[in-house]
Write a protein that binds this ligand. Structure first.
Ligand SMILES: [Zn+2]
Length: 284
C-alpha cells in the first residue's frame, strides 16, 4: 500500500506532467474506478471534459488535482492503483480503468488498478481540501500542520501512542512501518499512554516522524523527467534504513538488544526492549 512518501513522489511527478494542461476527453473503462462518484461513469466523464488542471495536491496518502470552480479530482490509489503518464498512442493494458486525454494532444494520463480498490471522484473543495477528506488531519510535512494543536489533542486522546499515530483524524500519512521507525528513533514504546507524554517527548516524536518521512522521500528516487510515474515502485528506503520494522530477533542498531515483535491491531509492533522500555499502565 502506498504511504505518504510514495504518494508525494507521484504528486510531484504529476505536478510536473499534467498541471497547466486541460482535459480533453475521459474514457471510463471500468465503472468501479468511479464507484463513489454519484454522477456515474458517463456523468463523471462529461463533467471532467474541458477542465483545466491547476494544481496537484496531497494530504497524507490522498492525492488530488485542483480544477476550476472550486472543484477537484480526488484519487485514492488503494492497494495497487497507479497514475501513469505516457505516449497517448501506446496500447491500453488490461488494468487501465480510466484514460484522460489532453487538449494539447500530448501525453495522456491512465489510472490503472489491478485490484480495483482505488477510485477517482470529482468533488467540491472545502477550504482547499476535497470535501470527502476534510475530516482527515494535516500530515506532519504540511504547512497547515500545527504541532501545539496535535500535542493537545494527543494528550486528551488517552490511548497508546502507536494507535494515535495511525489515527488519520489526529495526524495523517503515517503507516505501520513509519510509526515503528519513528517510535524507535524517539525511544518511545508503542503502548505508551498518550496522556503521560511530556512536551519534550512529543517534540522528539514529531521530529522523528518528519525525519523518517523526509528520508523515505529522498530515497524515493523516481525521476520527474521520466514520462512514467509509478506508485508501486518500492522506495528503496525499506531495504536500506529500517531500524525496527520487520527486524524481530535482530540486534538493535543502537544498543544491540534483540528487537521484539508484539501483536498489534491484527498486525505487529516492533521495538527495542532496552531503548523503548515498556511503560506502566500501557494502553495495549
Ligand atoms: Zn536498543
Amino acid at each position: 500500500m502506498p504511504e505518504l512518501p510514495e504518494v508525494e513522489t507521484v504528486r510531484a511527478g504529476l505536478g510536473h506532467h499534467i498541471v497547466g494542461r486541460t482535459v480533453d476527453t475521459v474514457t471510463v473503462l471500468n465503472p468501479r474506478a468511479v464507484r463513489r462518484d454519484l454522477a456515474g461513469p458517463d456523468g463523471f466523464a462529461a463533467a471532467m471534459a474541458g477542465r483545466p488542471i491547476t494544481n496537484a495536491e496531497r494530504r497524507g496518502k490522498y492525492l488530488w488535482f485542483d480544477l476550476d470552480h472550486d472543484e477537484a479530482l480526488l484519487a485514492h490509489l488503494g492497494m495497487s492503483g497507479q497514475l501513469l503518464v505516457g505516449d497517448p498512442d501506446r496500447p491500453l493494458g488490461p488494468h487501465v480503468r480510466a484514460r484522460f486525454t489532453f487538449t494539447d494532444g500530448g501525453p495522456d494520463l491512465r489510472f490503472t488498478d489491478q485490484r480495483t480498490f482505488g477510485h477517482l471522484l470529482l468533488c467540491e473543495l472545502q477550504d482547499g481540501v476535497p470535501a470527502p477528506i476534510a475530516h482527515i488531519a494535516p500530515d506532519p510535512l504540511e504547512e497547515a500542520f500545527a504541532a501545539e494543536v496535535f500535542a493537545a489533542r494527543l494528550h486528551r486522546r488517552k490511548t497508546g501512542i502507536k494507535r494515535a499515530l495511525l489515527d488519520q483524524s489526529l495526524i495523517s500519512g503515517i503507516g505501520n512501518i513509519y510509526a515503528d521507525e519513528a517510535l524507535w528513533r524517539a525511544r518511545l514504546h508503542w503502548a505508551r499512554p498518550t496522556e503521560t507524554l511530556r512536551r519534550g517527548e512529543v517534540s522528539r516524536l514529531l521530529e522523528a516522524v518528519r525525519d523518517v518521512l523526509t528520508e523515505a522521500l529522498k530515497a524515493g528516487g523516481t525521476s520527474f523527467d521520466a514520462l512514467y510515474v509509478n506508485v508501486n515502485g518500492e522506495s528503496g528506503y525499506f531495504d536500506r534504513s529500517l531500524n525496527a520494522y520487520g527486524r524481530e530477533g535482530q540486534p538493535c542498531n543502537r544498543c544491540g538488544t534483540p528487537i521484539r515483535r508484539d501483536p498489534f491491531m491484527n498486525r505487529s509492533a516492533y521495538s527495542c526492549p532496552h531503548c523503548q522500555p515498556r511503560p506502566r499502565n500501557a494502553h495495549w
